[in-house]
Structures are given as structure tokens and as C-alpha cells.
Design a protein around this ligand. Structure first.
Ligand SMILES: Cc1cc2nc3c(=O)[nH]c(=O)nc-3n(C[C@H](O)[C@H](O)[C@H](O)COP(=O)(O)OP(=O)(O)OC[C@H]3O[C@@H](n4cnc5c(N)ncnc54)[C@H](O)[C@@H]3O)c2cc1C
Ligand code: FES
Length: 238
């Protein structure tokens, strides 16, 4: 069991929770989180690593309360236990050179650890971040620690601000319409783009086949073969 270190609301319906006592992971990986003893909630819920600190052993998540599982997370207090299985998934592969990161809504959460790992790996590289929110924004100050520029849009589509013709690597996570827009733009510009996909998950470890999606290479499990894919591989799944 992991222990809650902090659990605070940071925006309307958005919470940041830090835990200790679980193995640390890398950008793009996730944990299956579950409140122990929760009635009628036997399955964990997949939540991405937002920040992982191997020094302190702390892992931070940022989650949106959308249903019963995430509402239960919001009741947890420092010192209480949480069942944290993971880290699972392939994570982002870190490419060299200029990087453009595009996040929409709660999809911004896994991209913070990505920005951090890219910056630590190469202090001189250029990192441009584009964040889109329906209303209230969050995490932009944290991105500023690692990025050369952070563009935030509230309402509308932040993807319209992104230049896909740069000699850069593109990474995106967010709602499906945003991912489709990003993939279309990347295709037109023949850009390199990696997407982190979401689907309901039961096991999180590749056993139940509940999270498969169609790819160029046949059906793949988002939890085990992903959640990060080259966009060309998953055009039909988004
Ligand atoms: C790999 C991965 C990483 C994720 N990382 C994060 C994260 O960092 N922060 C975060 O807030 N959420 C994240 N999610 C989504 C999160 O897992 C769901 O919001 C959560 O499982 C909902 O559980 P619940 O019991 O609160 O809601 P439920 O009661 O299960 O569902 C409530 C509503 O949300 C919808 N819903 C539930 N899960 C999803 C989903 N995966 N995609 C789209 N709609 C869904 C349901 O259809 C329903 O309408 C991630 C999902 C995946 C697959
Ligand atoms: S959630 Fe069970 S195979 Fe992916």
C-alpha cells in the first residue's frame, strides 16, 4: 500500500495527489489506483504519472473527478493508504532536438513529467508547450520550469496555434477530437508525433483485452502496448 502525502484541489474538479511507498516510473506510464475497502469499486482506475521523483520516492497525480472512483480519491487525506499498482505502460520515448508538447484538459497531466525528463536529458534543447482548457487552466506554472515557451488557451482549440512544419518532435495527450486534429495536422506536415491514448481499463496489465484498439499492426492493448503510440499506427483508433 502507498501512503497519501497530499491531496488538494487545484482547480474546479481537478485534484493533485502525491503518494509515497510505490515504485517511481517515467513519463507516459500510469498506475492503477484504488481506495482500499471502497464498496462496489473492486477495479483500480488508470491515472498517469504527472511527476515522479526518484530522490524522494514520491509520485504525483493530477486527476479530474468524473465518477465514483475519482470521487473516492478526492476524499483521501494525508497519511491514509491507497492501493497503487504500477507503473504500467510503455511511456513516452524521449527523442532528441526541438520538442513541441500539446495537451488538452486533464491530458496535460502526463506531459509535465515528459517536459521534465526532456529538459533534464538535454538542458539546451528547445521545448514549446501548448495547453488548452475548456475553462480554468492548471499546471502552466509547473510547465514553465522546464519549457522555453508555454502557450495557454482557455476555450477554443490550442492546436490551431501550433506550427507543425518545424523540424521538431511532437507529443500530444488530450480528448479524442484534439488528438484527431493534431494527427491530421501532423499528417499534412509529415511531422513526427506521439499520442497518449485513453480507454476504459479493467486490469491495466494486458490480461483482460478490455482496452484493445485497432492499429496498423493489428489489435493492440492500450495498457500494455501503449498508452503511447506513433500517430500513424493508430489513425483508425482516434
Ligand atoms: C492510461 C490512462 C491514463 C489516464 N490518466 C489520467 C490522469 O492522469 N488523470 C485523470 O483525471 N484521468 C486519467 N485517465 C482517465 C481516468 O482513468 C478516468 O477518468 C477514470 O477511470 C474514471 O473513473 P471514475 O470511477 O471516476 O469514473 P466512472 O464512474 O468509471 O466513469 C464516469 C464517466 O467518465 C467516463 N470515463 C471513465 N473513464 C474514461 C476514460 N478512460 N476515457 C474517457 N471517458 C471515461 C465514463 O464513460 C463516464 O461517463 C487516464 C486513463 C487512462 C486509460
Ligand atoms: S486493461 Fe486489461 S488488457 Fe488492457
Amino acid at each position: 500500500m502507498a501512503i497519501i502525502q497530499s491531496n488538494q484541489q487545484i482547480a474546479q474538479g481537478i485534484w493533485r495527489m502525491a503518494i509515497s511507498g510505490a515504485p517511481t516510473g517515467r513519463a507516459g506510464q500510469f498506475f492503477m489506483l484504488r481506495v482500499p475497502g471502497a464498496v462496489n469499486l473492486l477495479l483500480g482506475r488508470p491515472i498517469s504519472i504527472c511527476q515522479s521523483d526518484a530522490g524522494t520516492g514520491e509520485t504525483t497525480f493530477v486527476y479530474q473527478t468524473v465518477g465514483r472512483g475519482t470521487a473516492q480519491f478526492a476524499t483521501l487525506k494525508p497519511g491514509q493508504e491507497i492501493d497503487a499498482q504500477g507503473p504500467y505502460g510503455n511511456g513516452f520515448s524521449l527523442k532528441e532536438g526541438h520538442t513541441v508538447i500539446i495537451g488538452g484538459g486533464i491530458g496535460t497531466a502526463p506531459l509535465l513529467q515528459l517536459a521534465k525528463e526532456l529538459r533534464v536529458g538535454d538542458p539546451d534543447r528547445r521545448i514549446d508547450v501548448y495547453l488548452g482548457f475548456r475553462e480554468e487552466s492548471y499546471l502552466e506554472n509547473a510547465f514553465e520550469l522546464y519549457a522555453d515557451s508555454v502557450t495557454v488557451k482557455r476555450g477554443g482549440f490550442v492546436t490551431g496555434d501550433v506550427d507543425f512544419s518545424l523540424n521538431a518532435q511532437y507529443y500530444a495527450c488530450g480528448p479524442a477530437p484534439m488528438l484527431r486534429a493534431v494527427a491530421n495536422a501532423a499528417e499534412k506536415a509529415n511531422a513526427t508525433l506521439f499520442l497518449s491514448l485513453e480507454k476504459h481499463m479493467a486490469c491495466g496489465v494486458g490480461a483482460c483485452l478490455g482496452c484493445t484498439c485497432q492499429t496498423n499492426g493489428g489489435r493492440k492493448r492500450i495498457c500494455k502496448d501503449g498508452p503511447v503510440f506513433d500517430y500513424r499506427e493508430v489513425r483508425d483508433a482516434i
